[in-house]
Design a protein around this ligand. Structure first.
Ligand code: ADP
Ligand code: MG
Length: 253
């Protein structure tokens, strides 16, 4: 995709769980080279929305389109292979393995051959190419000096960045990040923000769920605000910051 192209589009997505409407008539767009934040109070439906967008879950009604194609009937694996990578709210590393191995395994799981083949022996050439890709992505995110450290010995901020390196394997054009700054120290948040800005500069589209308003305000191009499953506001950070409905949702509850 080229800068500014529409990459991801949710069209009136609704997701019901029995009587509960977790996402109600949600529409949103993400363009190439743009960072968008999805924010809102706990239980607003942000993670559910992420699951609809990445085909981890299927909308009750409405549609998600990625790179011009409907995700109807597609698996999350197929969507990942199309160029959408995501991280999850809780870090899922193999703490006893090296940083490099963690990323190489992630790259392998992300490939088209499926999870089962991960358990089988890899061809040596394939192993080498996975390690090369992993090394490249780790250097890209600034973890090139930590390749042979145990992943579990890294600081939390570095573990989050390791997860991003993993998501970058297989060359996605869209990253979905679920609360990437949660629990990080100020300096770590700064390093993360710098990395995301660098990726945006390379044309990457990024959609993140985030609780930390300060982190979001200085970083993103556009904000979508959810409450009770619905979109209650959308716009530039400076407008969202002073939007009465948003302040009410955050402070009034
Ligand atoms: P957020 O990520 O904004 O905190 P979630 O998307 O996790 O919110 O949840 C939105 C609502 O949907 C909550 O009330 C939650 O309990 C409900 N919910 C989420 N997933 C399920 C599920 N699989 N089954 C039933 N209810 C769910
Ligand atoms: Mg959530």
């Amino acid at each position: 995709p080229r800068q500014g192209d529409l990459i991801l589009e949710a069209q009136q997505v609704t997701r019901r769980f029995g009587g509960l409407i977790a996402n109600n008539n949600m529409s949103l767009q993400v363009h190439a080279g743009e960072i968008v934040a999805l924010i809102g109070p706990n239980g607003a439906g942000k993670s559910t929305m992420f699951n609809q967008l990445s085909a981890v879950d299927t909308p009750t009604s409405g549609e998600v389109r990625f790179l011009g194609q409907s995700l109807k009937g597609k698996s999350s694996r197929e969507v990942a292979a199309m160029g959408m990578s995501r991280t999850f709210q809780h870090v899922k590393l193999l703490p006893g393995m090296t940083v490099l191995e963690n990323v190489a395994i992630g790259a392998h799981l992300r490939g088209e051959r499926g999870v089962l083949s991960a358990a089988l022996r890899l061809e040596r050439a394939e192993e080498q190419s996975l390690l090369q890709e992993a090394r490249y992505q780790l250097q890209r995110v600034g973890l090139g000096d930590y390749l042979y450290e145990e992943a579990g010995s890294l600081a939390l901020g570095q573990q989050r960045i390791l997860e991003i390196a993993r998501a970058l394997c297989a060359d996605p054009c869209l990253l979905l990040l679920d609360e990437p700054a949660a629990g990080l120290r100020f300096k770590e948040k700064q390093a993360l923000a710098e990395l995301l800005q660098k990726l945006r500069g390379e044309g990457m589209a990024i959609l993140l769920v985030e609780h930390d308003m300060d982190f979001v305000m200085g970083l993103v191009d556009r904000i979508v605000v959810m409450e009770f499953g619905e979109k209650i506001a959308e716009g530039l950070p400076q407008d969202i910051q002073t939007n009465p409905a948003v302040l009410e949702a955050y402070l009034g509850g």
